[in-house]
Design a protein around this ligand. Structure first.
Ligand code: IMP
Ligand code: MG
Length: 184
């Protein structure tokens, strides 16, 4: 049996999203911004965040895979779909659900730099620094979290629990049979 334990409440999440939206808005003033969500985990956070920002924005998504073993990030990040919106000369804000090893964030930053973005910033709701394998910079962080596997508010375990309004730590997951195929 899996057990969910409340880690971050809906109210705390919403306060945090408001804070991040205000910070981003202040930094970009009225400049156009291309907001790019990393699928799948970021879609709930992104939809709340953009509705709290008063900026001229475009929205697009990229799809990567980095998570092919249960509860572990592999070092192998692959791009499945890039953005369709032109990137050259744009300010790009990448929205992530969680930065864990940092390999995905590092890959995405390099991708947009190579695509010719004027600036690239990363906004992640959650940051798990204990497992970091890179020195990638994350400009906007919602919550720093301990080394636990978290679900809800877009984050999944085996594609489940994304719809939950709060964030929970998940316990008692069985690795075999419980392979996380997130983002593919
Ligand atoms: P990375 O290890 O920083 O490259 O993170 C890769 C991806 O793994 C993140 O974007 C998440 O989608 C996923 N991930 C990492 N930690 C968790 C977690 O605790 N719960 C759910 N997904 C996670
Ligand atoms: Mg993700």
């Amino acid at each position: 049996m899996t057990n969910l334990r409340l880690a971050i409440s809906e109210e705390e999440i919403q306060e945090c999203v408001e804070r991040l939206a205000r910070l981003i808005q202040a930094d970009y003033k009225n400049q156009p911004l291309l907001v790019v969500g990393a699928l799948n985990g970021s879609f709930v956070f992104l939809s709340d965040l953009i509705r709290r920002m008063n900026l001229p924005i475009q929205v697009d998504f990229i799809r990567l895979s980095s998570y092919d073993a249960a509860l572990k990030s592999s070092g192998d990040v692959r791009l499945h779909h890039g953005v369709r919106t032109p990137v050259v000369g744009k300010n790009v804000l990448v929205v992530e659900d969680i930065v864990d090893t940092g390999l995905t964030a590092q890959f995405i930053r390099k991708y947009f730099e190579e695509e010719g973005a004027a600036t690239v910033s990363i906004c992640s709701l959650l940051d798990k620094p204990a497992r970091r394998l890179t020195s990638v910079t994350v400009e906007y962080v919602g919550f720093e979290v301990p080394d636990q596997f978290l679900v809800g508010y877009g984050l999944d375990y085996n594609q489940q629990y994304r719809e939950l309004r709060d964030i929970y730590s998940i316990e008692g997951v069985v690795d075999s049979g419980g392979r996380v195929t997130e983002d593919i």
